[in-house]
Each structure stands twice: as structure tokens, then as C-alpha cells.
Design a protein around this ligand. Sequence first.
Ligand code: FES
Ligand SMILES: [Fe+2]
Length: 535
Amino acid sequence: MEALPAFSVPSLYNSTSIAPDITSAIRKPMFFNLQLNPKLSLPDRKKLKSRLFTALSPTVSTELSTDPPADEPEIEGSTQKFDWYSQWYPVMPVCDLDKRAPHAKKVLGIDVVVWWDRNESAWKVFDDTCPHRLAPLSEGRIDQWGRLQCVYHGWCFDGSGDCKLIPQAPRDGPPIHTFKKACAAAYPSTVQNDILWFWPNTDPQYKDIISRKKPPYIPELDDPSFTRLMGNRDIPYGYEILIENLMDPSHVPYAHYGLMPTQQPKEKVDREGGRPLELSIDKLDINGFTADQGWSDSKFMSPCIFYAYSKPDQPNVSASSADAKKSSRQRKAALIFICIPVSPGKSRLIWSFPRNFGRWIDKVVPRWIFHIGQNLILDSDLYLLHVQEHKIMDVGPSNWQKACFVPTKSDALVVGYRKWLKKYSGGQVEWRGKYSGLLPPSPPREQLMDRYWSHVVNCKSCRVAYKSLNVAEVVLQLISVASVGIVAAMKEGMVSAAARNSLVVMAVLSFALSRWVAHFVYKNFRYHDYNHAFR
Ligand code: FES
Ligand SMILES: [Fe+2]
């Protein structure tokens, strides 16, 4: 999938190409460029010595030890266990939620319904189960008083989950709607960084959890001097595979060949230009790790966020301090990947590539144009990762270190992430016994790489574009048919031959254009297969 990076992000990692380049800003993310620019990845040897992890040298071992090397600094909190159910989880970017309807989402194996409470002007997250007879509330509607109505028998709930109406209860009978068992289960929720978050525990002791613990904060997403478009996609492989893939720049020249620019080495050893990468992890604890990728720093903020950001520009000794200051102000970008565990074999990705330059591009170009390229990048390694996950499950996720051979430093972040997962969570997400431990069976390729249900229906911009382009296709067909009809109905001599020919040309062009639009819509909004052998 991708290092979605290339999406719309300017070349964060390319120190010489941060000036906005429209083409690359639209089509290519830069996440990986950062890590692929040889000029940027020269490590400071002294620093490297103090790093906790790098991938193993092939001369050292063929297998990763799960014990820290002898010279590793003590890892803080090494005996702690990560509590997956005492964390804030992102649900969706607010820009892609429709206030008029409830939305079904699954996070951490929990089915939730997300809805807009206009009485409190707030997004609400409830368990997606009606207390009456367990119908999904997400199939319901918002009634005229702004309550969430279950459409099976009409029970209504306010923003706190309190039942406000049981239509079947006698008006002069006891107030059964006030019983605790009549309430919907409401999760604590909040909006931060334009993303809706929820706390996966409805116990009343967590009602005000926001006053004690907040979701991880990403300053660039709230900074008005940055442009920060978002995207989201449901992914047919698990959260672990998703996040480690986004931490791995070395696959970009191969899995995303031709889709995003990568810095080429002086001496190429192959068509794609792969090269050694000096990646390393600085500090790892239960809250994640920080890493050095050359001219970018990155952070894994457990469990969901991988965040890479440009280091301040190094002042040029020949430049005046004013120039250096200006340069530092002008060139800031970040790559933000939010990876959400949905269920075994399924995850959701929210991405954003904020930058404080070339902002006008995002004002002029609609978001769906960026999403076409970004979805293609996701598609280009989607099948690889889906199959890879099944193979890892075959050996057991806690055996990842034994099954994989990761001898170079380009895998350092992946190794670090797997180490974090093993150390603090036994090598896998805690599903609380909800699943059997098996992955869902692989669907046909068309379904696996479907774009419509995984993205378009969940993206406001793509949804509108999809509908508009479908209308355009029909209009073009009508023009074509009407032109042919007019020509056929006209009698000889009624109009000039030139006018007649123009109508014929219009019919042909309209028809051809309608076919092109249909193809464009199918390929970009429905299904786009990807064959690496012919790229
Ligand atoms: S199941 Fe919801 S009202 Fe009956
Ligand atoms: Fe989209």
C-alpha cells in the first residue's frame, strides 16, 4: 500500500526540491523522497552508536534477537504491557462525515455508530447496538428533533445515550424509557486535529477522560499557515502490516515504481535505483519511538500514528541569518499516517501531508484529484501486503522476528515497530478474544482492490466527483443521441452540408467522450488492477 506519501506532499525529504512543484504536489507524495535522498540520509556516526536499534548486519546474525543487545540503553518501562483499551482512537476525518446521517464504523473490533448531535453541536460515538433488540443504530436516522432513531421500532436517543422515546410504551404507563437498560452505550469522544476520536470504553468512570488524557496532538494539523488536506481508506490487511509498511521507505522505488519520484543513487544497481538507507531508532518505550531518517525526524506514537516531519533547514554558512530564518520558515512539511486497527486483516488509514508552502495548489485543485494518485499508490502494493499478512499469520505473528530476515538498516523502523509490538503486546493487537485468530478469507482481486466501497463512499470529495462524472457521461450520451436524431430527422436541403457534418461530428465526439468518462470513472473510482510485471 503505500507509503502514501507521495500523495500530494511536496518533497519533504528533498532538501533541494522543497519549492513547490505543481506536478509532484498533485501526483506524488514525498514521504519517501525524504528517506530516499542519498544526500539526506548520511548518518552521524556518533549518533548511530547511541541508537537503540538498527536492522541487523548480515554478518551478525540471520535472525533478530528479541533481547536488547548488550550495549543498548535500558528501555524505559520494559515490563509494562500496552493497554489497547485505554487509548484514544481516531475514527474519521470530520471533513468526510455527513451530518445528516449516522455512520457505521468499526475500530478495534468494536462496532460504533457516529452521528451528529445538532442539539449539542457535537459528534457522538455510540455502540452500534440498539438496547431494545440489538438492531444496528447506524441503519437508523436523525429525527426532526435531532435525536438518533433506531428504525426497527423507533426508539430515540439523545446525545448522552438516554432513551427519549419508546413509541410502544403507553403514554400513561411507567416511564420505562428512563430505565438504564433503555439507554444506548455512549463512548467518550472528541474532535482534535479535525479528526473524530473515541475512547473505547463506555464505563462511566471514563466519561470525562478527556480532562485527564487527550489524543496525541499533531501541531501541523491545527496550524493555519499549513495546508492539510486529508484522506481516508479502508484497507484489506491488518493495522500491523499497514503501519510497518508506512515506516519502510526502501520499498518505494520497487512497489511504487514510476508512481513517485525517488532520489537516484550515483551508481544504479538496478532499474529502480534502490540503495542502502541508514535508518535508526533513537528511543523506544511503551509510547512509541522516535527515529532518524536523514533529514527528517519521525515518530511512532503508539498505537496509531506514524509522523515524519522535516528538520529545520540547516543554516547555510554563506547565507545571511535573515535568509536562513526565512528559509527555515518557508520549508516545513510533515507526513502523517494514522493507522487504525479495525479487525484482524482489516485496517483504516487516515493520511495528511501538511506543508507551509505551495498552499495555493490545494485551494485550486479539488481533493479528489489528489486522491486518484494516492489511491493508486495504495493499490500498487495492496495485493503484496494482503498476501504477506497471510504468510505471517501462518507462522504466527509473535514469530515475526524468527520468520523474517531483515539484515539491512533500511528495515530499522520496521524492526523497531515489531520490537515495540512484541515487547509491549506479545506481537499482536489485543482483540480481547473476539476473533478466532484466523484472517478472513481472501476475496477475489476485484473486491480486494475495490476503491468505491473502501474510499469513494467515505470521501466527500470523491463522492461528489463520482456523481458529477456519472451525470456528465449521461449528458454526453444524450447529446450524441440527440445529434444523430436531428441529423436523421432533417430533410435534404433543410440545412447546409457543413451544419449537418458538424452535428455528425458532435455525435461521434460526444459518444467517444462519454466512453472515455465511463472508463475514467471505472478506473479511478471503482477498480484499478495493478500488474508490476508490465510497469
Ligand atoms: S431494535 Fe431498536 S427499536 Fe427495536
Ligand atoms: Fe477521495
